[in-house]
Design a protein around this ligand. Structure first.
Ligand code: NAP
Length: 466
């Protein structure tokens, strides 16, 4: 409320102030939807925990997918909009509480994603040599918070890998581990990541699905790419491709499944070439235990079948897959920000079309978009539609006077600095960007990602001192 106690609709002088928490695709698309409309004047603070924007585009999309990663150039344009202020290196819930943040803005959109891994809940899961795909992906994309020592210890000397799960992340992980050093050389992976991967004598990668090929969630383009690896052959067991009637029906109606099956059939009876690595796609097997004394030595797998609805059933038939690295790639899960409700089961914030629900009621001025709204599914572009739905609700609320600007409040960035935080703004991010490009150029690459938060902040400070 203003000093005289009145409220007023947003205006050019006093726009609607919106904080977007999370500068990944969902957050950037939300910022874009807010600024590409004329009905409600807005000013957007796009906040991220990291000193860098782009979320899973930077720290999720596989580095050997440069075309997909190039979407960052499009996302970057939204950051340059004068109505958007990038505020990186600020951890909401730590540097500033939700309550305090909400005092500085008229509305908040949470778009901070789903950052933690799901567990298998089986014996041996915590042995050294057992990793979550989230940690491995964070490490090879140079995420500052990746558990670097643990991942590098798990990868040392690894010859045989089992990846649990048959989604696109499992394919990414299996493919990156099966790549030869020259194939990865041109990526933007940090140099030490390239060195560790180059030193791994990987011979065998098994990607293991607990149901059949008709129930796998990977997509055909990603599957096909496995067959294009320079140093590895793909092997599929013909028996895994025999379909029960329910799976036949699914294959007949779902084009992704039809195409996946055609690709998989092309790999049956492949003769492995001596000296090349082997990538096995195995289905109808669920891990029941990780074996090993002081580190992983194998996976005990139970043969499964699917019922008419595609649900998994155990058969009791056990076998052992030797492995010195097991990567569980069984999905991501969202965590609550302190002060924000999260549904434990789905790992999402309860919402109705993006409006946050607290105790079954709409919480005025709080919204969600992206994975924390709908769960970890879809491709980058899915977030565009998702963010637009949320922003449409927010703008409708603003137009109806539900969100009202309540007089002058202090500037968020000034407040953060006064608390000892070190916000990274657009020019600072540009300095990081330039430093990574310069680092890449020393090896003839387009970019080399800087892994440590301190190196990222050092680039900011060096540019500020010039
Ligand atoms: P996902 O597609 O949901 O796959 C998870 C996999 O884990 C499924 O095969 C699932 O099998 C399996 N699983 C779950 N619990 C399990 C358990 N207890 N034991 C054994 N297996 C288990 O998730 P994701 O691969 O993490 O990908 C997340 C999203 O990002 C997806 O939308 C994906 O398409 C997207 N993405 C896209 C790309 C790309 O476009 N290139 C790349 C990476 C990620 P069930 O089906 O039997 O549960």
């Amino acid at each position: 409320m203003s000093l005289d106690g009145s409220t007023s609709p947003p205006s050019a002088d006093r726009p609607l102030r919106v904080a977007v928490v999370g500068a990944g695709p969902a957050g950037i698309y939300a910022a874009e939807a807010l600024t590409r409309q004329d009905a409600v004047p807005v000013a957007v603070d796009l906040i991220d925990r990291l000193p860098t924007p782009f979320g899973l585009v930077r720290h999720g999309i596989a580095p050997d997918h440069p075309k997909m990663r190039a979407i960052r150039d499009t996302l970057h344009r939204a950051l340059e909009d004068p109505l958007v202020r990038f505020v990186g290196n600020v951890d909401v819930g730590v540097d500033i509480s939700l309550e305090e943040l909400r005092r500085h803005v008229d509305a908040v959109i949470y778009t901070y994603g789903a950052s933690v891994d799901r567990h298998l809940g089986i014996e041996g899961e915590d042995l050294p040599g057992s990793l979550a795909a989230t940690d491995l992906v964070a490490w090879y994309t140079g995420h500052p918070d990746a558990p670097r020592e643990r991942v590098e210890a798990a990868l040392a000397g690894v010859r045989s890998v089992v990846v649990v799960g048959v989604g696109n992340v499992a394919l990414d992980v299996g493919r990156v581990l099966a790549r030869t050093a020259p194939e990865l050389e041109s990526t933007d992976m940090p140099q030490h990541v390239l060195d560790v991967l180059a030193a791994m004598p990987v011979e065998e990668v098994t990607i293991l699905g607990r149901r059949g090929p008709a129930q796998a969630s990977f997509t055909t383009q990603e599957l096909r790419e496995l067959g294009e690896l320079e140093g590895a052959d793909v092997l599929v067991d013909a028996a895994d491709l025999e379909l029960d009637p329910g799976s036949e029906a699914r294959a007949a109606t779902d084009r992704n499944v039809t195409r996946n099956l055609a690709v998989l059939r092309g790999w049956v009876d492949h003769e492995p070439t001596p000296g090349r690595a082997r990538v096995h796609l195995r289905f109808f097997g669920r891990p029941v235990r990780l074996l090993g004394e002081d580190r992983v030595a194998g996976v005990e797998v139970e043969r499964t079948a699917v019922d008419g609805d595609g649900r998994v059933m155990g058969t009791g038939e056990l076998s052992v897959l030797p492995a010195d690295l097991v990567v569980r790639s069984v999905g991501y899960r969202g965590l609550p920000l302190p002060g924000l409700p999260v549904d434990e089961r789905s790992g999402t914030v309860p919402n109705e079309e993006g409006r946050v629900q607290r105790d079954g009621r709409t919480s005025i001025g709080e919204y969600v978009a992206g994975w924390i709204k709908r769960g970890p599914s879809g491709v980058v572009g899915t977030n565009k539609h998702d963010a637009r739905e949320t922003v449409a609700g927010l703008l409708a609320d603003a137009a109806e006077g539900v969100l009202r600007t309540e007089g002058p409040v202090g500037d968020l960035v000034e407040e953060l600095i006064s608390r000892g935080a070190e916000p990274v703004l657009l020019d600072d991010w540009r300095a990081i960007d330039a430093a990574e490009i310069a680092l890449g150029a020393t090896k003839g690459r387009a970019r080399t990602t800087m892994h440590e938060r301190e190196s990222l902040l050092a680039a900011v400070r060096a540019a500020a001192a010039r």
